[in-house]
Design a protein around this ligand. Structure first.
Ligand SMILES: Cc1cc2nc3c(=O)[nH]c(=O)nc-3n(C[C@H](O)[C@H](O)[C@H](O)COP(=O)(O)OP(=O)(O)OC[C@H]3O[C@@H](n4cnc5c(N)ncnc54)[C@H](O)[C@@H]3O)c2cc1C
Length: 342
C-alpha cells in the first residue's frame, strides 16, 4: 500500500454522515489534491478497493461498514474566473461547503444561487443529484465542472449537456458512476439577475417581512428562515433531508388519484408529467412523528427520516421499506429513496 499517502485504517465515519450512523471505512483518505487521486490509482492495493467518494455525508445512508477506501474531498478554493455577455463565472473546489460558497457569492454581489441556501454538503456533490430547492436546480446556474476519471487516470472538463442533469439525477449516477471524482464546479451567475419567488413558502416569508421586490440576499435570508423552521438540523438530530424523491406520474394517474383523494398535492411539470408530494403521501399513511426502534419520521415533515439516537443504517432502511410498502398499497405509487445506500 502507498507509503506516501496518509491513509487511515478502520476509520469511523460516524461524524462524516449526517444520519450520525456508526460505520467504519476499511481505509480513509482526506483528499486535498488531484495528485493524491492519481497516487491512489497507481497503487495496486488501493486501486483494487471499492471506492466511496465522500463530501459532507448528507446524502448517504451507511447500512454496514464500508469494505473499501473512503476518499473524503477536502480540496479548497473559490474564485471569480471569467465572464461572458450574460454571466459571471465563479468556480469552487469540490471540498468547499455548499452553503458557505452560496454566501460567498452573495457577498460578492452575485445572485443566482440564493434559493439553494442552507442545503448541507459540499460543492463537489451538488452536481451528482443536481441539487434543487424552491424552484431552482444547480443545472440552471451550471457552467462546467472538472473531474478526475479513475478509468483513464485523466482529468476532464464536462459541460452542462454532458452532465445530463435531471430531477435529482445526472450522468454521475449512471455512465460515470464509481468512476468520476468531481474536483471543482464552475457556475454561470446571471448579470441580469431576476428574483425567483414562485414558491408560495418563499413569497409568504418575504411578504411577512414586508418585502415586495427582494434582493438575492433577502431571498437567501428567507430561505434560511424557512428551512431552519421546517427541517431538523443534522448536528442536533441525524437525518439526510428528504428521504424519498417526489414521485413523477402521468396526468391520467394523477386524475385517477384525485378522484379518490381530492386533497392530493400535485405539481404539473413543464414536460407534461406530474410530481406528487411524497411527504403528503407518507403523512396520509399516518407515519409523521412515528418511531421504529431508534429510527423515526420527523414530526414536522413526513419526508424526513431521523436517527433518534443510536439507530443503525439497517433500522433506517427497515423503516423506509415499511413506509414505501404502505404508500404503494394505498396509492399504487412507488417511492424511490433519495440518499445513496452503502
Ligand atoms: C437537512 C438536509 C436538507 C437537505 N435538503 C436538500 C435540498 O433541499 N435539496 C437537495 O437537492 N438535497 C438536499 N439534501 C441532500 C444533500 O444535502 C445533497 O444531496 C448534497 O448535495 C449532498 O452533499 P454531500 O457533500 O453531503 O454529499 P455526500 O452525502 O457526501 O455524497 C452524496 C453522493 O455524492 C457522491 N459524491 C460526493 N462528493 C463527490 C465528488 N466530489 N465527486 C463525485 N461524487 C461525489 C458520493 O459518493 C455519494 O454518492 C438535504 C440534506 C439534509 C441533511
Amino acid at each position: 500500500m502507498s507509503n506516501s499517502l496518509p491513509i487511515e485504517h478502520d476509520f469511523s465515519l460516524r461524524l462524516f454522515n449526517t444520519f450520525g450512523v456508526e460505520a467504519s471505512a476499511r481505509a480513509y483518505l482526506a483528499v486535498t489534491s488531484v495528485g493524491m487521486l492519481k497516487s491512489v490509482r497507481e497503487d495496486p492495493t488501493l486501486a483494487a478497493m471499492p471506492r466511496l467518494v465522500l463530501g459532507g455525508g448528507s446524502n448517504i445512508l451507511l447500512t454496514q461498514d464500508f469494505p473499501g477506501l473512503a476518499l473524503h474531498m477536502q480540496n479548497k478554493g473559490v474564485a471569480i474566473v471569467g465572464e461572458d455577455a450574460d454571466a459571471i463565472h465563479v468556480r469552487a473546489a469540490a471540498g468547499e461547503n455548499w452553503h458557505a460558497f452560496v454566501q460567498w457569492t452573495l457577498a460578492q454581489g452575485l445572485g443566482g444561487l440564493e434559493n439553494l441556501s442552507l442545503i448541507p454538503g459540499s460543492v463537489g456533490a451538488a452536481p451528482i443529484q443536481n441539487i434543487g430547492a424552491y424552484g431552482v436546480e444547480i443545472k440552471d446556474r451550471f457552467h462546467s465542472l472538472t473531474m478526475f476519471d479513475f478509468e483513464t487516470g485523466e482529468t476532464a472538463t464536462l459541460d452542462r449537456a454532458t452532465c445530463a442533469f435531471g430531477y435529482r439525477d445526472s450522468i454521475f449516477k449512471h455512465a460515470l458512476r464509481d468512476r468520476a471524482v468531481v474536483l471543482d464546479v464552475t457556475f454561470a451567475l446571471p448579470k441580469k439577475w431576476e428574483a425567483n419567488v414562485r414558491y408560495a413558502d418563499v413569497m409568504q416569508e418575504l411578504s411577512g417581512r414586508g418585502i415586495d421586490c427582494p434582493s438575492a440576499r433577502q431571498i437567501s435570508d428567507a430561505v434560511i428562515a424557512i428551512r431552519t423552521r421546517k427541517l431538523p438540523d443534522p448536528s442536533v438530530i441525524g437525518n439526510a433531508g428528504s428521504f424519498f424523491k417526489n414521485p413523477v406520474v402521468t396526468p391520467a394517474q394523477r386524475d385517477a388519484l384525485l378522484a379518490r383523494y381530492p386533497q392530493l398535492v400535485n405539481y404539473p411539470q413543464p414536460d407534461g408529467s406530474v410530481k406528487l408530494a411524497a411527504g403528503w403521501l407518507i403523512d396520509q399513511c399516518g407515519w409523521k412523528g412515528k418511531t421504529a426502534g431508534a429510527a423515526g419520521v420527523y414530526e414536522k415533515q413526513a419526508l424526513v427520516l431521523v436517527n433518534r439516537g443510536g439507530a443503525s443504517g439497517r433500522e433506517i432502511v427497515q423503516l423506509a421499506a415499511a413506509i414505501r410498502d404502505d404508500v404503494d398499497k394505498r396509492f399504487g405509487v412507488t417511492l424511490e429513496p433519495e440518499p445513496v445506500f452503502l
